[in-house]
Design a binder for this molecule. Structure first.
Ligand code: FE2
Length: 606
């Protein structure tokens, strides 16, 4: 009989559910996509229902429910005493006991009540430790038999960073860095101080960093102040934060504003206010410090495990700029990063810990392929369901019987400069849209602040980018090939921001960052034949096997899930065409044009 395990991540950030059947991920989704509340952290009842339905599993037939912990509940009891016994630097993981299976009674009562809504039945419950879930989410679906494991995020129960070693079905945690010393919280404190929202603005801070002036004395000065005053970076990559500067331990806010202002000489930036150069320099300084820590951690992981490969998870693993540098540093032959590296991915990891660690099942590797297969693990909708949705809106649509005809037609529309909503197959799991819930357009001058991300045919990566391997999850940043770069003019960094932004940096301007880097998604024919086919058609027409891919949502809302979500988003924004499966909608043919918003505002920083 098959054995199904439900993994749940909830109550902290980005709740999610995942279903593992006989060790294979069958489905995974974030709750926000169903409730339409961005970063929804409530119990993921909709996501649970969806994954069970996708797997054809009744709740009572589950072998286990594995719950990824909410760290703060435990924290509140520990906070008052942390000063007394927070160790400095790494500590060894001393306990050989499977401490992660201990029950938390208060949690159990609450969960039982929620789970009862899924059905009757007394399903055994497990509570793997936060960072073990992250480690499991990175190692088990990776293509490696043996790999070092690095998990870096804000905070777990105690651990904020761990180094582990994965071999076959075993995971051993070797080192832990404990609260309050945290790379993720350090980065979040800068997210806060530069006026972005903590837990969602980190990606914007990373996007801002390339606009910092690397030659400016101020940037060097900021960097020096950070490492001299705020964070002591040890040679092994462990860090000790000077808690005079941080206030997250009291739970009120991230940073001591007065101390920061005294140190950096600038006040905290007000949210939504204009971003001046000084904050860009600050973003660059903290990005550099973060990269240095990540590189040192990776070196430690290599020394401790002697493994050739590294897998990563935890929120900081979404810093694709640091990941790109890590890859180029050559510490490891290859990396694999869990695409849902943040807390949503904990649901997948929690399920895996039961299957491999508790139950002792062996892993089955599939050559070079990972077990996530493009991260297309969410709901999909048949043409029949799409047709019904369109009828509800009285929408005008054309059906293509032949998908190749459709891709040829759409590729031509994109080549003509149209913006196309592209909705196909199963929704992506994790924060990025990877070609199933995407807005697509031709590469041209960009209008917003952050450059767009390119989707490139996997076989064409090396033609455009200085990258010698696939980047299927948009988690690696690499430079645009040197011969495609246009050198910066003299005094470039002193020019006004507007001039710098619109300087033509390559013949792929919309996807080339100010420092010539690009946040790449490679598209494989194997994992996404529809999207691959579309880009292939675009290449036939234009000679370019690369297009712009941005997530299918209005600013501030989660990525669309259903055809209804997609249609409503299409009608509210500047998209010209919408493709839903084999249906194509032309905006001009739709009767009631709703208020037209601007999806491009997504790219304005905050
Ligand atoms: Fe986490």
């Amino acid at each position: 009989m098959q054995k199904a395990i439900l993994g749940i991540s909830a109550f902290y950030h980005d709740s999610a559910a995942a279903l593992l059947v006989d060790g294979q991920i069958v489905a995974a989704a974030q709750e926000e996509r169903f409730t339409r509340k961005k970063h929804d952290s409530s119990f993921p009842i909709h996501a649970c229902r969806y994954v069970l339905e996708e797997g054809g599993i009744d709740y009572k037939d589950l072998a286990a429910v594995s719950f990824y912990d909410k760290p703060f509940l435990k924290f509140e009891r520990l906070l008052e005493t942390y000063h007394a016994f927070a160790p400095s630097g790494f500590v060894s993981f001393l306990s050989a006991m499977p401490v992660w299976i201990k029950e938390k009674l208060f949690m159990k009562r609450m969960l039982k009540k929620q789970l009862a809504e899924l059905g009757d039945g007394d399903v055994p419950m497990y509570y793997p430790e936060h960072h073990l879930s992250h480690a499991a989410s990175a190692f088990y679906p990776s293509p490696f038999q043996d790999a070092a494991i690095l998990t870096i995020d804000g905070v777990g129960e105690w651990a904020t960073t761990t180094i582990g070693h994965g071999r076959g079905k075993e995971i051993e945690i070797l080192k832990e860095l404990h609260f309050p010393h945290s790379v993720g919280l350090l980065y979040s404190a800068f997210t806060y101080y530069t006026g972005f929202s903590v837990n969602s603005g980190e990606y914007k801070l990373m996007g801002l960093a390339p606009y910092g002036n690397p030659c400016a004395e101020r940037t060097t000065e900021f960097r020096k102040k950070i490492v001299d005053e705020m964070v002591d970076i040890r040679s092994d990559g462990s860090i000790v934060l000077n808690m005079d500067y941080f206030e997250y331990a009291t739970g009120l806010k991230m940073a001591n504003d007065a101390k920061w202002e005294e140190l950096f000489g600038i006040p905290r930036r007000k949210a939504e206010s204009e971003i001046s150069q000084v904050y860009m320099d600050m973003a660059l300084a903290i990005q550099q410090v973060t990269e240095e820590i990540v590189l040192r951690l990776a070196c430690s992981a290599r020394q401790l495990t002697r493994s050739k490969y590294l897998v990563l998870a935890g929120g900081v693993a979404l810093n694709c700029v640091a990941n790109g540098k890590l890859l180029r540093a050559g510490t490891f032959e290859d990396l694999w990063i869990q695409p849902a590296a943040g807390d949503a991915g904990g649901a997948v990891g929690a399920a895996y810990t039961v299957w491999h660690i508790h139950d002792g099942n062996e892993r089955k590797l599939n050559g070079h392929a990972d077990a996530i297969a493009g991260s297309y693990l969410g709901p999909e909708f048949s043409d029949k369901e799409i047709r019904r949705a369109l009828q509800r809106y009285d929408a005008q649509a054309r059906h293509f019987d032949d998908f190749e005809d459709l891709t040829r037609d759409i590729a031509a529309k994109i080549a003509d400069g149209n913006v196309v909503g592209w909705f196909q197959g199963r929704m992506e799991f994790g924060p990025r849209a990877l070609g199933n819930r995407s807005i697509l357009l031709k590469i041209k001058y960009r209008e917003g602040f952050r450059p767009f991300a390119p989707s490139v045919l996997e076989e064409d990566i090396a033609e455009y980018f200085d990258l010698d391997r696939p980047s299927p999850y948009m988690l690696l940043v690499a430079p645009v090939r040197e011969e495609k770069q246009i050198p910066l003019p003299e005094g470039y960094h002193e020019k006004a921001l507007y001039e710098r932004l619109y300087f033509l940096r390559s013949d792929l301007p919309a996807i080339t960052h100010i420092d010539y880097s690009a946040r790449i998604q490679s598209v494989s024919r194997e994992t996404n034949p529809q999207y691959w086919e579309l880009i292939q058609q675009f290449k036939k027409l234009t000679g370019y096997g690369v297009i712009v891919n941005t997530s299918f949502n209005v600013r501030g809302e989660p990525i669309v899930c259903t055809p209804d979500d997609a249609y409503r988003c299409f009608m509210r924004t500047e998209m010209d065409f919408l493709v839903l499966g084999n249906y194509v909608l032309d905006k001009r043919e739709q009767g009631k044009l709703a208020e037209t918003g601007d999806w491009r505002s997504e790219f304005k920083l905050d």
